[in-house]
Design a protein around this ligand. Structure first.
Ligand code: C2E
Ligand code: MG
Ligand code: MG
Length: 748
């Protein structure tokens, strides 16, 4: 059975029992109830008592006169009259409250009436049973009897009615009857006690006083009641106002608390956000710091890091002298690896180089990538330079082992310069420069490693000063051209000249091309210088072609540096020189060294083809000293091949050691190239070359390179180069040198 049906059933049961009690009451009503004074009490219970309840401030206690009326009825008219009065009074009370707006269902009114009837009847029955059981002769006029009776009735009535109400409530709510009784019903005991007390007073007044006194007492009590009621009302009103103010205050407090909570949450959110931002900033700061001091490709420390570390070592000073060493590493021909195999492979090699170096190093050493294919190592606390050399040899050995990348086996080579720290190093650049000088020394001498010494620094400084002077050499007229005849070996005819640059330094005198050409190449000066050479030589040959009909096909061979070969401007420079001089393109031959071509064959092929389109002739210089790959040689658009001097000089007086010459000549023939031989100094060498079928030759045997005016003189004399070989050889080699100084006016 659900709660609703149970409570309904309970109410019906209560109403039924109440009805039985009421029925019994009707049958047992004493005659005295039909008197005016009972009627008066009835009217009082009907109209007055419902309006006379007072709710005491701040308590559940309601002071009501209804119970006192019931108790009075009991004392004056007996139990049945009291039950009747209880029924009428509760019904009147319910209707009065309903009129005041309190909702009462019909069943609720009946059950309230029934509870009141039952509790009054039970208290009456209990009292009767008690008195007859104890055989008591109760006289209400006796104060003790009156108190006992009223007290007993109040207690029994309270327990009965509160128990019935608690049971009913427990069926409606989830709480137990005991909890409800304790919490809600116990306070109503005061109502019964107050009712009994009031009934006691009223009874005593009625019993002991005459009409006047009674009227006086009633009036005084009325006034007291009215005043008391008003006071209570005012107290309740101010309590209600205070409570309202309290509620409003609490609402404000609660609102403020909510606001604070909201702000706190917002603050927490902002703090969290700030924390996240700070964390992100920290991360990016660390990443930035890492990026600032590390190389993005190999993740090794970079130049900045190395410089800071060197600075620190320099600050430590004297103690580090001869204990710390810097190694400068430069990978050889790395550019050609990049060009041939692509930048991806190049990058992977650089990474692998970094890894190999890290594996080799001790904890206290530092390795950094300076950029491109350059690395540097700081070796800490070594006992001697031999130790540093031993370490460099290990590095060399490790890095020259092949790399296996994407199916390619890549061989790499490198040069290492070693520089020991010394007291003369005031800044990181000083020690790095010394290590770099040592590395260049290794490069120039084609060795793996070289140790720095002060003589190398002097050479380096000399180079720097030469480079500075070379910048102004053209303007100062210190550069000039010498011409060395190119002879047809079959008949000794003059086919042309090789143009060779000379630098007559205003203070240092003649500087050999082998010394200043590399400086011009490294500094990039070779490009404007070659442009000047092209203009100068094309113009000169065009002039000489005019001297005689037999010279009209003379050719000039100009050396082109490998640096220039990677520069697009070369084609334009050649075109412009030809246009300015009106020289036929076929009268210009460009000599490009084998190693320059092979450094970057793909790019060389392109530029060489563009040059070929101009109509000029192309020749490989110093053939045999580079690393020509035959497959490339086949694709390069060369017309001629010039055998390096070293192979010619090998040939002895009886023509021995000519095998390599023979091989090169037949290779050139197979490639359909004409052959030139340089450095012919003896008749035997000439004879061997003639026998091998080499087409052209040049050498001191025929003529040294000569300044313009001397060569022009020979041209006028229609010189016979082969027959004059003997004479020329015996001529002082200083001829040319003498003429350099005496022909200053001819230089540019
Ligand atoms: P190269 O192009 O192989 O020039 C031939 C070199 O051999 C010249 O040296 C020449 O004087 C020398 N030579 C010729 N016949 C003989 C001989 O019978 N015996 C000996 N011992 N030497 C002989 P040079 O003029 O000192 O030039 C050296 C190198 O400098 C040249 O080698 C070339 O690579 C470079 N060079 C000279 N002038 C120029 C130039 O105008 N431009 C460029 N890019 N390089 C140049
Ligand atoms: Mg040459
Ligand atoms: Mg040569």
């Amino acid at each position: 059975m659900n709660q609703e049906r149970l409570s309904k059933f309970y109410k019906l049961a209560v109403i039924f029992v109440g009805g039985l009690c009421l029925a019994w009451t009707f049958f047992n009503l004493p005659k005295i109830v039909f008197s005016w004074d009972f009627l008066l009490l009835l009217v009082f219970a009907l109209l007055v008592t419902p309006r006379m309840s007072i709710a005491l401030p701040r308590s559940k206690f309601i002071l009501s006169f209804s119970d006192s009326v019931i108790f009075l009825a009991f004392i004056f008219y007996g139990g049945a009259a009291a039950v009747l009065l209880a029924a009428i009074e509760v019904a009147a009370n319910c209707f009065y409250l309903r009129k005041k707006g309190i909702a009462f269902g019909k069943m609720m009114i009946f059950s309230n009436v029934a509870i009141s009837v039952i509790s009054t009847a039970v208290s009456f029955a209990a009292w009767s049973a008690l008195t007859s059981f104890l055989n008591l002769d109760v006289k209400f006029t006796l104060t003790s009897d009156l108190i006992a009776a009223l007290g007993f009735l109040a207690v029994v009535q309270f327990f009965t009615s509160s128990s019935l109400v608690a049971c009913l409530s427990s069926m409606i709510t989830a709480d137990s009857s005991w909890q409800i009784w304790k919490r809600d019903c116990f306070a109503s005991s005061m109502t019964y006690i107050a009712g009994a007390s009031l009934a006691f007073i009223v009874y005593k007044v009625i019993e002991s006083a005459n009409f006047l006194t009674t009227a006086l007492v009633v009036s005084v009590m009325g006034i007291v009641y009215v005043n008391y009621r008003r006071t209570v009302k005012e107290i309740n009103k101010s309590i209600a106002q205070a409570e309202q103010a309290d509620r409003e205050k609490n609402a404000v407090v609660e609102w403020k608390a909510q606001e604070v909570k909201h702000h706190a949450a917002e603050l927490e959110r902002l703090l969290l956000k700030e924390e996240q931002i700070n964390e992100a900033l920290m991360q990016s700061k660390t990443a930035l710091e890492h990026a600032a001091y590390h190389d993005f490709l190999t993740d090794l420390p970079n130049r900045t890091y190395l410089v800071e570390r060197l600075n620190l070592l320099i600050e430590i000073g004297i103690e580090i002298s001869h204990k710390y060493y810097v190694l400068f590493l430069d990978l050889k021909r790395f550019k050609s690896i990049n060009d041939r195999l692509g930048h991806n492979v190049g990058d992977r090699i650089l990474k692998l180089v970094g890894k190999r170096l890290v594996r080799l190093l001790r904890k206290e050493d530092t390795v950094a990538r300076l950029g491109g294919d350059e690395f540097a190592i700081i070796l800490n606390d070594l006992a001697s330079v031999e130790e540093a050399e031993w370490f460099a040899a290990r590095v060399y050995e490790k890095l020259t082992q092949p790399f296996f990348i994407s199916g390619n086996t890549v061989f790499s080579d490198l040069h290492i310069g070693i520089a020991p720290f010394d007291a003369e190093h005031h800044k990181p650049e000083d020690i790095l420069r010394d290590a770099d000088i040592a590395m260049h020394h290794a490069k120039d001498n084609s060795v793996g490693t070289a140790v720095f010494d002060k003589k190398l620094r002097a050479l380096y400084l000399e180079k720097i000063s030469l480079e500075a002077d070379l910048r102004f050499a053209i303007e100062r007229g210190e550069l000039s051209m010498h011409y060395q005849p190119l002879i047809t070996l079959k008949d000794g005819g003059l086919m042309g000249f090789e143009a060779l640059l000379r630098w007559n330094h205003s203070k240092k005198g003649m500087i050999p091309p082998t010394q200043f050409i590399p400086i011009a190449e490294v500094s990039g000066l070779i490009i404007p210088i070659t442009k000047w050479i092209l203009g100068e030589t094309c113009w000169q040959i065009a002039e000489w072609q005019q001297l005689a009909a037999s010279y009209s096909d003379l050719l000039v061979s100009v050396n082109i540096s490998g640096k220039h070969l990677t520069d697009e401007s070369l084609v334009d420079d050649v075109r412009q020189a030809l246009e300015n001089s009106n020289l036929s393109p076929s009268s210009l031959k460009l000599e490009i060294t084998e190693s320059a071509t092979m450094d970057n064959p793909e790019q060389s092929i392109q530029i060489l083809h563009n040059l070929k389109k101009l109509g000029v002739q192309l020749s490989i210089d110093d053939f045999g000293t580079g690393y020509s790959s035959l497959s490339y040689l086949h694709r390069l658009p060369f017309d001629a091949l010039k055998i390096d001097r070293s192979f010619v000089s090998e040939v002895g007086e009886r023509g021995e050691n000519s095998e390599i010459l023979q091989t090169i000549v037949s290779l050139a023939k197979n490639l359909r190239m004409r052959t030139f031989a340089e450095g012919i100094e003896t008749e035997a060498q000439l004879a061997v070359l003639q026998n091998l079928g080499c087409d052209y030759g040049q050498g001191y045997l025929m003529s040294k390179p000569l300044p313009t005016f001397q060569m022009e003189k020979l041209l006028y004399q229609n010189h016979n180069w082969l027959s004059a070989a003997e004479t020329e050889t015996s001529a002082s080699p200083n001829d040319a040198a003498t003429s350099f100084s005496s022909t200053k006016s001819e230089s540019i």
